[in-house]
Design a protein around this ligand. Structure first.
Ligand code: KIV
Length: 278
């Protein structure tokens, strides 16, 4: 690690700017790392202050911010807007942006063009979903000098093809296919792979056979890193999936704050004397 790029902390030396190589160091030295989704200034700044290593500007912005019922509706333009917001707000975390549905499935050139635009918006790496079928896209993006994060298991952009939100890789053959896909992504140059809704044992096997880090969401404790959608992690959404721990209850807090605000306005307690200009 370049000394000018690191800052000493009570927990050891943390890079001033997290790079893909730091995630590899984490895997190689057995240090777990945390990734969270982020889509806007204040959440991104809170997560940077909390020492989160990787911020994912996920296409889940469609379902957590824009009111859609699946990530299929999130557009490339949406991804550019929210990637820019996060990139302008933080300095330390590695910023990974999702390639939106339809922005890479159409071929390697489209994939490179859209990845380039995400990088220009401030991303430092891009993520796309799938294995074997998207290897030409992964190779082309990597060849363009853009770091690629893979995403296997339950891949939300394929929710209809997969028959809904279902754990993937339970049968032996499916687990073997996941292993083949993971190794192929690594061979194609991916620097890390998200494993979503995969049995713990399968995620453990993939984490062992891969040289690059795995990042789990609903994939058990063996992965090198973990990721959650921040509104689930902080209890703002009403999602209570088995794999989610709600580390706060922001939804309840927000409802309480808004209720008190309304009551104080209606009861003429707000604004008070200290909230006005003379
Ligand atoms: O878009 C997203 O939030 C994701 C995570 C579920 C990994 O891809």
């Amino acid at each position: 690690m370049n000394a000018s790029e690191s800052t000493p902390t009570s927990g050891g030396t943390r890079p001033a700017r997290v790079r893909t190589r730091h995630l590899q160091d984490a895997k190689d030295t057995g240090r777990r790392f945390a990734m969270l989704t982020a889509y806007d200034q204040f959440s991104a700044q809170a997560f940077e202050a909390a020492g989160i290593d990787v911020l994912l500007v996920g296409d889940s912005v469609g379902t957590t911010v824009l009111g859609y019922d699946s990530t299929l509706h999130t557009t490339h333009q949406d991804m550019l807007t929210f990637t820019g917001a996060v990139a302008r707000s933080v300095h330390r975390p590695l910023i990974v942006a999702d390639l939106a549905f339809g922005s890479y499935q159409t071929g390697p050139q489209d994939a490179v063009n859209h990845a380039v635009e995400l990088m220009r918006a401030g991303a430092q790496a891009v993520k796309l979903e799938g294995g074997e079928a998207i290897l030409p896209q992964v190779r082309a993006i990597v060849a363009a000098g853009i770091p690629v994060m893979g995403h296997l298991g339950f891949t939300p952009q394929s929710v209809h093809a997969l028959g809904g939100h279902r754990v993937q890789g339970r049968e032996h053959a499916a687990a073997d296919r996941l292993a083949d896909d993971a190794l192929a992504l690594q061979e194609a140059g991916a620097f890390a792979i998200v494993l979503e809704l995969v049995p713990s044992g399968v995620a453990e096997r993939l984490t062992e056979i891969l040289a690059i880090p795995t990042i789990g969401i609903g994939a058990g404790p063996a992965c090198d890193g973990q990721v959650l959608v921040w509104q689930d992690m902080a209890g703002l959404s009403d999602f209570h999936g088995t794999f989610v721990h709600r580390f706060a209850e922001l939804g309840a807090d927000l409802r309480r704050a808004a209720t008190t605000y309304r009551e104080d306005v209606e009861g003429r307690r707000y604004p008070g004397p200290g909230h006005a200009f003379s």
